[in-house]
Ligand binder design. Structure first.
Ligand code: NAD
Length: 330
């Protein structure tokens, strides 16, 4: 099946081609993001494959439908970048990758937490410059502290289990409580209680209208003073400007993010020779107690292999008229 694959980098092309060896779909790689302007590059493609920062809104879907696209496959778990209702009304099927190493993201969240708490990045930069001072590098023991997990699904539960292994008390907040989370020793509380009691808060819920800015000025004010916030889920969960204000006052003691509200125009590209006009991210990276990474939590051999294999399997199932097990929920 002819498939336009948007937002591709070299590794996407190599790994998707490997996964496609037996299936033999005709893959057309496009480096650009999918937008109304670039949608024409998918002309004649029955399938379109996208990633997290492609804008798969109603206008784009209408254009794709008019060009003959019948399925959109996102190489991600989250599908907040796709207008599911518009796709349904246009008769375009949407599939995602529900099951790929949740360990990749949970382990990265732990890495971010350790790095920001123990100032590992700052320390490494110092030693490269011949500075072996410890001033300004003090962190706190995680053992004995309380960690709040918002969203206790696949990734949140693994993160919680790792934190329990560190000797932390684990609190959770979820719209649908899971026995597995309680079995590992986690305790569900309401959001204000989680914010008030936690020394560390980590976000693992999807971005939906209900969770947009779940961390805003009001919830940051409820936070235990000096707590660390980790976000490996979606940028829109945090009101970034409110978080910046909380960092300035010390209400927020540290911030480690792999995702950012306005990441679409920044992430997955080398902008080191250009002037970045996004003042919010520039202010954030200037704080000594902030770490920003460019949406790489999923980026492990295991996760990428599974993402590519599942994507190709979904395209093949669609072509053969078989049920789509990875269809997004309606
Ligand atoms: P999941 O569906 O297994 O878990 C999500 C959990 O959030 C569920 O338990 C759900 O009940 C809960 N939830 C839904 N609405 C909620 C609400 N209003 N308040 C509290 N909890 C709510 O998903 P997962 O595989 O654990 O992935 C979680 C998120 O991680 C994805 O939605 C995606 O945004 C993000 N993600 C990021 C990366 C990355 O590279 N940074 C990679 C994969 C996934």
């Amino acid at each position: 099946m002819k498939t336009a694959v948007f937002s591709t980098r070299r590794y996407d092309q190599t790994l998707l081609q490997q996964a496609n060896c037996d299936a033999g779909h005709e893959l057309v790689f496009v480096q650009d993001r999918l937008t109304v302007e670039t949608a024409s590059l998918a002309g004649g493609c029955a399938a379109v494959c996208v990633f997290v920062n492609d804008a798969v809104d109603a206008a784009v879907l209408e254009r794709l439908a008019a060009q003959g696209t019948r399925i959109v496959a996102t190489r991600s778990t989250g599908f907040n970048h796709i207008d599911a209702a518009a796709a349904k009304s246009l008769g375009i099927a949407v599939v995602r990758v529900t099951d790929y190493s949740p360990h990749s993201v949970a382990e990265f969240a732990v890495g971010l937490l350790l790095a920001v708490n123990r100032k590992i990045v700052r320390a490494s930069i110092r030693t490269r410059d011949g500075n072996f001072e410890l001033d300004g590098l003090m962190g706190f023991d995680l053992h004995g502290k309380t960690v709040g997990v918002i969203g206790t699904g696949k990734i949140g539960t693994i993160f919680a289990r790792i934190m329990a292994g560190f000797g932390c008390t684990v609190l959770g907040h979820d719209a649908f409580e899971k026995p597995e989370f309680e079995q590992l020793g986690g305790r569900y509380v309401d959001l204000p209680t989680l914010m008030a009691r936690s020394d560390v808060v980590s976000l693992h819920c999807p971005l939906t209208p209900e969770t947009a800015h779940i961390v805003d000025a009001a919830s940051l004010a409820q936070l235990k003073r000096g707590a660390i916030l980790v976000n490996t889920s979606r940028g829109g969960l945090i009101d970034t400007e409110a978080a910046t204000e909380a960092l300035k006052t010390g209400q927020l003691g540290g911030l480690a993010i792999d995702v950012y509200e306005q990441e679409a125009s920044l992430f997955f590209q080398d902008l080191s020779s250009t002037v970045i006009t996004d003042d919010v991210i520039q202010r954030l990276v200037s704080f000594p107690n902030v770490i920003v990474t460019g949406h790489q939590a999923f980026f492990t051999v295991e996760a990428i292999g599974q993402i590519m294999a599942t994507t190709i399997a979904s395209l093949s199932a669609f072509e053969r008229g078989e049920p789509l097990v990875n269809r997004i929920p309606e």
